[in-house]
Design a protein around this ligand. Structure first.
Ligand code: PEP
Ligand code: MG
Length: 876
């Protein structure tokens, strides 16, 4: 790409502003803004080289045309205002060269300090400051940093030389090294590489090195994790150095406008006398609390406090600043909106409104809705140190610890005895779900975030790490091995897992319990007033329903009835139904299940009295309920050998299971297809719903039941089911529209494309974005994480899982089309989303603009969704 020779690549600080973040990077834009607010005396002068210059450099592998001239001109202006020249022997101007991307990437990009020193200017610096040690310390640091950052020499080689010098001199701290030592160290450092003495050469190469650091491994990894695009590039800030290491009236520090952990309205931070900023952040010396600044230099402390207030008011957000005190004079080097944990975010928002700093809308937008999840689950203590045994998918948030068990049955037994257990399975099946209730945490070696295990665990609020693929989980042997290697854990071992981070450890990590404090309640209250999108919960049990209501759910958007067939007794009954030869036998089995199912519905209706409850008829592939083929074969072999009377039954079951086997069960006999092939199952469920409805009303409670048919492709499918449901209703005396409604999941691409026809049969749609993603993209929701996801993110096919955040250009367009067509045919059609995306803030923003009435998500995501829905409404 050719570039205009007069393209502007360099801006003086005095020219920039915070609106220019994309071009000047966060640091450059904020330093410019700060220069305007606080005045040039408080902010050392300098200039910013744009992110566009970096992008051009990355493409061409050389500075774009005009950059060097523009840097020279900006440097000349800086020298003019500072009254000294870069690296001049008698009185040198020194500069720092710092990276600064659009979004801060703390510690990931490079920085060079004290640039401009050489054998001549170090003498001038010593003379001008009357501080020879300071001058040599600065020079030593520069040669070290340049060697490390620009030349690429390992930091440890410099540290070894420093350690040797300290040993020789018998001192323990760097500050104990005198001028002679620093001089000797500088000389030794210079033997490691060819140090450029020309300041302009130093500057040119440092700028190149900062550009290069954007493509360094550390930065690339960080961007991947934080979803920062690779093509943004970093800006480079060249700033006049001020010195915190000039003696006892100098120092450096970091200061937050409020406590960065709790959010309390007291400034916090650290500082170190006689030190440069790097010393404070690198952890080489133990810093002092910012409050002690008042005792050390009261005037500086007062100025800093005033500045923090000014900056916070100006930005309307909590600030994170760096400052330097040079011989009693305070300079501000940078400011940015502070990163903060959820509790601090919530506290700040509430205080900011109370103080009149922000309006509610603006205060809500300072909160990262996704992070609020942490306020609802126990977590590993913030200071906890532990050795990670394995990493997997962070499938269900929260932390847990307990003893390792390998089967649902053992988990249930242990829980009955009051023991905390972590259930480990290679992957999970319907049978395991009873064990989920009993376990405090779940670990699997296969599966991802959209897998059955993950969504059941999230719904229950049980922390889970899935797809820990470095482990082989062997329930038979009762042990976990490294893949192809040694045993690392056995049944009964205590482990801790963090489902928020996706880690497993054998260490006894302290857990911190969550508190849903007043501030959080206040934030949720505002969210409810400001949002237009409804928020319901996906809940399958009365306990989940109650919990969801407690978290503010406005109804149930999805009750997955298949989850009601877990548990030994019910599982046996449903298996008998599935394996029955005739409709009559099937109906007999179903008669047993009806009262159980009715009881479940009654409790759920009662827990949600007055609010809508969407009950979905049975959906999953039949094989999920059936025993595995090899297992039945084995039982048959044993029974035959023993001459048992069970042989005939087992033979029958085996034959039936074989006929029901499908190569691709996810695309097989599930959803409405099940309803059409085996009408008796849905019939029983509908009868149970109606009976529960009547019984709950008899208790004086209001019920609003919505019957939902899954996996509909064709209008005719829903028509058949509608007729069947209405007929049952007429039989028992309930009427569609008055007592209940009928709707469908929209979770197949064809359903989106023909939504107008389907709407003719429906009172509501609920978009099942899990299956819609699976079928539109053709990725298996159960397998993508372990196999494809990581590599696809690496090679930038996409930057996050489409099962986590909706693929808006693809699947999102199907949702929009379905919503639009549906409403065109039937304006009063109610529209919901009940896939996992219903709890994801970015997806919620999209749904808010797509004509959706409500989202439905797991109970623990309800508060997150309430805040995210409000933010979407505020952003418009
Ligand atoms: C969906 O497919 O989005 C959905 C909610 O249904 P399930 O996850 O139960 O398939
Ligand atoms: Mg589905």
């Amino acid at each position: 790409m050719s570039r205009a020779a007069d393209e502007r690549f360099v801006y003086d600080f005095a020219e920039g502003s915070r609106e220019m973040r994309d071009l000047l990077g966060g640091k450059g834009a904020n330093v410019a803004e700060m220069t305007r607010i606080l005045g040039p005396e408080r902010v050392p002068g300098g200039f910013t080289i744009t992110t566009e210059a970096c992008v051009a450099y990355m493409g061409a592998k050389e500075f774009p045309e005009g950059l060097e001239d523009q840097v020279a001109a900006a440097l000349a202006r800086l020298e003019e205002s500072a009254g000294k020249k870069l690296g001049a022997p008698a009185d040198p101007l020194l500069v720092s060269v710092r990276s600064g991307a659009r979004e801060s990437m703390p510690g990931m990009l490079d920085t060079v300090l004290n640039l401009g020193l050489n054998d001549d200017s170090v003498v001038g610096l010593a003379e001008r400051t009357g501080n020879e040690r300071f001058a040599w310390d600065s020079y030593r640091r520069f040669v070290q940093m340049f060697g490390n950052v620009v030349i690429g020499i390992e930091g440890a080689r410099f540290e070894e030389l420093i350690a040797a010098e300290k040993r020789e001199r018998g001192v323990s701290e760097d500050t104990g090294l005198g001028v002679e030592s620093l001089r000797a160290l500088t000389a030794r450092f210079r033997e490691l590489y060819d140090f450029p003495t020309d300041p302009i050469d130093q500057l040119r190469r440092s700028i190149g090195a900062v550009f290069d650091s954007w493509s360094g491994e550390r930065a690339v990894t960080y961007r991947r994790i934080n979803r920062i695009p690779d093509d943004w590039g970093t800006a480079v800030n060249v700033q006049r150095m001020v010195f915190g290491n000039m003696g006892d009236t100098s120092g450096s520090g970091v200061a937050f406008s409020r406590d960065e952990v709790s959010g309390e309205p007291e400034p916090s931070g650290d500082f170190l006398p006689n030190a440069q900023g790097e010393d404070v952040v690198s952890g080489v010396r133990t810093p002092r609390d910012i409050r002690e600044l008042a005792g050390w230099q009261p005037e500086v402390h007062a100025q800093l406090m005033q500045i923090l207030r000014t900056l916070e008011r100006h930005y309307g957000d909590m600030q994170d600043t760096e400052f330097t005190v040079e011989e009693g004079r305070l300079y501000m080097l940078q400011t940015r909106n502070a990163k903060r944990p959820a509790q601090a975010a919530v506290r700040f928002a509430v205080d900011a409104v109370a103080e009149g700093l922000l309006r509610r809308e603006a205060a809500l937008l300072t909160i990262d809705a996704e992070a609020l999840d942490a306020l609802l689950h126990p977590t590993f203590g913030a200071d906890a140190t532990y050795e990670t045994l394995a990493s997997g998918v962070a499938a269900s948030p929260g932390a847990a610890k307990g003893e390792l068990v390998f089967s649902a049955a053992v988990a249930i037994e242990a829980a009955a005895e009051g023991r905390d257990v972590i259930l480990a399975r290679p992957f999970t099946e319907a049978d395991d779900v009873a064990g989920f209730h009993a376990a405090v945490g779940i670990l699997t070696s296969e599966g991802g975030k959209a897998s059955h295990a993950a969504l059941v665990a999230r719904g229950m609020g049980v922390p889970a790490v899935t797809g820990a693929s470095s482990l082989e989980i062997d329930p038979e042997a009762g042990e976990i091995r490294r893949r192809g290697g040694e045993v690392v854990l056995r049944a009964g071992d205590r482990v801790a897992l963090d489902g928020t981070a996706g880690t497993l450890t054998g260490d006894d990590v302290p857990l911190v319990e969550p508190v849903m404090g007043e501030a959080f309640e206040a934030v949720l209250g505002w969210s409810d007033e400001l949002r237009t999108l409804g928020v319901r919960a996906n809940a399958d049990t009365p306990e989940d329903a109650e919990r969801a209501r407690g978290f503010g759910a406005e109804g149930i958007g999805l009750c997955r009835t298949e989850h009601m067939f877990f548990g030994e007794e019910r599982n046996e009954a449903i298996v008998a139904v599935i394996l029955a030869d005739s409709d009559e036998d099937r109906r007999t089995g179903l008669r047993k299940l009806l009262p159980l199912q009715q009881g479940d519905f009654e409790e759920i209706f009662a827990a949600m009295a007055g609010l809508p409850v969407t009950v979905r008829l049975l959906d999953p592939p039949l094989h999920e309920f059936l025993p595995a083929l090899p297992e039945v074969e084995e039982r048959l072999r044993e029974a035959t050998a023993a001459g048992s009377a069970d042989v005939a039954t087992l033979e029958h079951d085996l034959a039936r299971i074989k006929t029901l086997q499908e190569v691709n069960p996810m695309l097989g006999t599930r959803g409405v297809r099940l309803g059409i092939l085996f009408p008796a199952i849905y019939e029983m469920q509908v009868e149970a719903i109606f009976a529960a409805l009547a019984a709950t009303r008899d208790r004086g409670l209001e019920v609003s039941a919505e019957i939902m048919v899954p996996l509909v492709d064709y209008r005719r499918e829903l028509e058949i089911l509608r007729e069947q449901i209405v007929a049952i209703g007429e039989r028992v005396g309930v009427t569609r529209g008055r007592d209940y409604t009928i709707g469908t999941m929209i979770e197949l691409p064809r359903a989106c494309l023909r939504a107008d026809e389907i709407a003719e049969e429906a009172d509501f749609f609920s978009f099942g974005t899990n299956d819609l993603t699976q079928t539109a993209l053709g990725f298996s929701r159960d397998d993508i994480e372990g196999r494809i996801l990581g590599r696809y993110i690496d090679v930038k096919v996409f930057d996050r899982s489409p099962f986590e955040t909706l693929d808006t250009p693809g699947v999102g367009q199907l949702v929009r089309m379905g919503a639009w067509l549906g409403r065109k045919a039937k304006p009063e059609l109610k529209l919901g989303v009940c896939g996992e995306h219903g709890g994801d803030p970015d997806s919620i923003e999209f749904f808010n603009g797509s004509g959706i009435d409500y989202v439905s998500c797991s109970p623990y995501r309800v508060p997150v969704a309430r805040v995210a829905a409000a933010q979407a409404a505020i952003r418009g």
